[in-house]
Design a binder for this molecule. Structure first.
Ligand code: NDP
Length: 475
């Protein structure tokens, strides 16, 4: 049997009885073993994520089967390349103890441990988002969380915001459609959602969107099915993912991209960096790239899933950003949240650590394990004559042409209705009926004048849409 020790390795003689002055107490302050145990327990939790607090994770691999080297020089996309990865699924609005089978967008965050560093693709199970400017994000999230006075979630707040922010209608329609409650994490697609860039070995830039299509098939739950599951099991998605991977029933997604050359963006007829819009497949077809599999469960939920920290700022040569205003803000916001939540050296934790060699002049900070710093050869600053790590201009990206006047620009269009209409028109009749019912249910507790505003928006998507919701509301 192994010897039980303190956190510092000192052998423990008794883990049953605290040290007391006499059999009836009181306790002695010198019982450092008791104090260490209680003090550590007080520190077992780290700040919960403000969004995406409830999640599940698994390890797997990305396997590239097609040659897309004309678009990107990224090694992770070289034909035949196999890259280890960690994927964290999540709901967005609920707290860490929320039920998995709630109607919500799902997070689909992938950390690729590439040979050229960590690439994080922090996506969702929807190809779009509620907003196209992150300036509105904290307000939006307030409407999804609890009213500070009642401490209750508020449909009224959600719809008050959405009806005043009609660019959300596309995402709201997806959320209220069948796909708003996936049957499990295995049965949904993932999307990088934002437009990113690919850069090839000639330093040419292409705009790209990433798609992960479930090979398990899309399966969803109705509100009634979800309610029954939640009554008995708040961890239904976690259980499904964990048990299937344990059984060797590994979930698989096919990986596809949509690509636009820089001079092709006019084809779309709208801002290619507007996160509330998809790139229609008829204009930008999907290109098959490879396959992603999840095949290993984490050993320790806290260490590997709770401390997994994704940042869209983590890119590798051949993959980069776009001017998408939501993406630009997430490049700041995510690593900032991780530094707050975990600490300055969160990148040194095993689940977050790059698998290639890290060489940096960033040193010190809380919980520093010295991984990747250059101190070993005496170089703790740069430039130096100590043969320390140095830059290489081959990693510079091509210049990006941008407008030259800084201002608080309004979005380029106010077409809030075309793409929700395109989606509405592909929904089968029975799904349209469920969409109306789900929307009607979401109006529970919402003021009449806000419902009237929502119906006016639905009318502009399609009179059939508005009539269906009106009927479901009994109006
Ligand atoms: P298409 O008819 O070419 O594509 C429709 C796509 O919609 C499908 O490929 C499928 O994407 C997805 N879809 C199919 N059934 C449903 C459903 N019941 N609920 C939600 N999505 C569904 O037309 P467009 O490319 O013009 O897209 C039309 C609408 O489809 C968009 O406005 C958007 O709401 C939605 N959509 C579009 C995607 C895109 O990237 N173009 C991606 C996902 C949804 P998938 O195989 O990815 O599930």
């Amino acid at each position: 049997m192994k010897q039980l020790t303190t956190d510092f390795g000192n052998p423990i003689g008794s883990n049953q009885n605290s040290l007391s002055a006499g059999a009836m107490g009181p306790l002695l302050m010198q019982d450092y073993q008791l104090i260490e145990k209680l003090a550590h327990q007080n520190r077992e939790r780290i700040p919960e994520r403000a969004v995406h607090a409830k999640g599940s994770g698994a390890y797997g691999e990305l396997r590239i089967t097609q040659d897309i080297s004309k678009y990107t020089k990224a090694k992770v996309f070289a034909k035949g390349e196999v890259t280890p990865l960690f994927l964290r699924f999540s709901t967005v609005a609920g707290e860490a103890g929320a039920a998995d089978a709630e109607r919500d967008v799902r997070g689909f965050a992938i950390k690729f441990y590439t040979k050229e560093g960590i690439w994080d693709l922090v996506g969702n199970n929807t190809p779009t988002f509620f907003l196209r400017d992150a300036y509105k994000f904290p307000d939006f999230i307030h409407t999804q969380k609890r009213d500070p006075r009642t401490h209750l979630r508020s449909n009224n707040a959600a719809w008050d915001f959405w009806t005043l922010t009609p660019e959300a209608l596309h995402q709201v329609t997806i959320l209220m459609s069948d796909r708003g409650i996936p049957a499990s994490y295995r049965h949904m697609n993932g999307y990088g959602s934002h437009t990113y860039s690919f850069i090839n070995d000639k330093n040419e830039r292409f705009w790209v969107k990433f798609h992960f299509k479930t090979k398990q098939g899309i399966k969803c739950l109705t509100n009634e099915e979800a309610e029954k599951i939640i009554a008995k099991d708040r961890e239904s998605h976690q259980r499904d993912l964990y048990e299937n991977i344990e059984k060797g029933n590994f979930p698989v997604w096919s990986v596809k991209v949509q690509i636009l050359a820089e001079n092709e963006v006019e084809k779309l007829g709208f801002n290619p960096f507007d996160l509330t819009k998809v790139w229609p497949h008829s204009i930008v077809p999907l290109i098959e790239v490879g396959e992603m599999i999840l095949n290993r469960n984490p050993q320790n939920y806290f260490n590997e899933v709770e401390q997994a920290a994704f940042s869209p700022s983590n890119i590798v040569p051949g993959i980069s950003f776009s001017p998408d205003k939501m993406l630009q803000a997430r490049i700041f916001s995510y690593p900032d949240a991780q530094r707050y939540r975990i600490g300055a050296n969160y990148h040194q934790l095993p689940v977050n650590r790059a698998r290639n060699e890290v060489s940096t002049y960033n040193v010190a900070g809380a919980m520093n394990f010295g991984i990747g710093d250059n101190l070993a050869n005496g170089a703790y600053y740069e430039p130096n004559t100590l043969d320390g790590a140095s830059e290489n201009a081959k990693y510079l990206e091509p210049d990006l042409a941008i407008g030259n006047s800084a201002a608080r620009y309004a979005p380029l269009d106010n077409d809030f209705y075309t793409q929700p209409r395109n989606l509405f028109n592909i929904l089968p009749a029975d799904e349209k009926e469920r969409l109306y019912k789900n929307l009607a249910a979401s109006f529970d507790g919402v003021k009449d004048e806000i419902i009237a505003k929502a119906l006016a928006h639905f009318e502009k998507i399609s009179p059939e849409y508005a009539n269906g919701v009106r009927k479901a509301l009994g109006k």
